[in-house]
Design a protein around this ligand. Structure first.
Ligand code: FES
Length: 379
């Protein structure tokens, strides 16, 4: 049977050089970066003349939308890049972070406090065996992902690193924050996820590499040669950026880091100005389970006068002993800190949930008629 000639339709999708696509230039591993041919650093396609009238307006609006879409994630990328670079350097400059077991603000103490309440507490043992190594790993890790995402070098890998760091912090430090939206590590995790998906194709080293790869293809270089060249140049850029980060981090740790200050002594009892009455509130203002707030005349900090059980009064500092945030007033017999989720007992100030390890300073309260007077520090 004769074979009918088949008309072959030109494959419009077939190409030797594909169109730029969102996320093309991102390094999903070096392989993806080599294959990426769309250049984020290239300007948007050259706009032809805009037809007059309604059609022209529609086309201009379309171009504006395309431009906005192209750079929609740029503010997020800048924020995460600057924030994580800063967070890494801040840890390296912080005299407390690597201070060890005696300092409640140290990486070690915070890990100890987080371990019993973390769903991955079992995995924290290595960090407690080598706290300096893991502390430095986190600090330099934050710096590396911050710089990587800021410069857009192997952006997907950098974003993945940021997501892993944020997930780790969420599962350890802020897992017990309630309600969950007050913790900050979960939003960071979501923000990194967006960049893992979209990459950093524009205004980035990835974009430049992809742009050059596309040009090389146009000039007839084989795919293998293009790939090798992109991998090599990406690796050189990574080594240069990593070296710069290592240098800046080391200089920060060496020259900017201050010596640990002795752990602050417990706050003194509030001292009213001479002749002035001690801070006091009406008894009726402090219901059972509730509180009223007075101000420490010395420091200006708020102190909660609480009545955890009927007729039992005491004062509790509102300053979280973890990192100094203001804890919420008592609720259901507990005071919670919105920053990293520490929870304190409203009757004693004792830590119920870390990362805080020290109780809230507690003051005596004496009842005088229908007033409650704040007395000296108990503990
Ligand atoms: S738990 Fe970190 S400041 Fe309160």
């Amino acid at each position: 049977m004769p074979i009918e000639p088949v008309a072959v339709r030109p494959r419009t999708g077939a190409r030797t050089e594909r169109e730029p696509m969102e996320g093309d230039a991102m390094m999903e591993g070096t392989r993806d970066s080599v294959e990426a041919a769309g250049s984020g650093s290239e300007p948007p396609p050259v706009a032809g003349p805009v037809p007059p009238g309604k059609a022209g307006r529609a086309e201009r609006a379309g171009r504006r939308k395309a431009f906005a879409g192209r750079f929609a994630l740029l503010p997020l990328r800048l924020f995460l890049g600057v924030t994580f670079s800063y967070a890494g350097l801040d840890k390296l400059a912080d005299s407390h972070f690597l201070a060890g077991a005696g300092d409640p603000q140290s990486f070690y103490a915070q890990t100890v406090a987080a371990k019993p309440h973390s769903p991955v507490g079992w995995a924290l043992a290595p960090a407690l065996h080598a706290p300096t190594f893991f502390g430095l790993l986190i600090a330099f890790g934050e710096l590396a992902v911050g710089l990587g995402i800021l410069f857009g070098l192997w952006g997907r890998i950098a974003a993945l690193g940021g997501a892993v760091l944020s997930l780790t912090l969420f599962l350890t430090v802020s897992f017990n924050v309630s309600p969950y939206y007050l913790g900050n590590d979960l939003p960071y995790l979501m923000a990194w996820t967006a960049l893992v998906l979209a990459g950093t194709p524009y205004l980035s080293v990835d974009g430049l590499l992809a742009s050059r790869a596309a040009r090389d293809r146009r000039h007839g270089l084989t795919e293998e040669a293009v790939r090798r060249r992109t991998v090599l140049d990406g690796s050189i850029a990574a080594v240069a950026l990593g070296g710069a980060g290592l240098l800046v981090g080391s200089l920060t740790a060496t020259f900017i880091r201050k010596k640990p200050k002795p752990v602050a002594a417990a706050p003194a009892a509030p001292q009213p100005a001479s002749g002035a009455a001690a801070p006091s509130v009406a008894v009726a203002a402090v219901p059972v389970g509730g509180s009223a707030t007075v101000t420490d005349p010395g420091s200006g900090d708020a102190i909660y006068i609480v009545q955890p059980k009927a007729g039992q009064y005491c004062g509790l500092s509102s300053i979280c002993t973890h990192a100094g945030c203001t804890v919420n007033p008592p609720k259901n017999g507990q005071l919670s800190c919105p920053c990293h989720g520490s929870v304190f007992d409203a009757a004693t100030g004792a830590v119920l949930t870390g990362p805080a390890v020290k109780p809230l300073p507690k003051y005596t309260v004496t009842k005088a008629g229908d007033r409650l007077d704040l007395g000296p520090l108990q503990s």
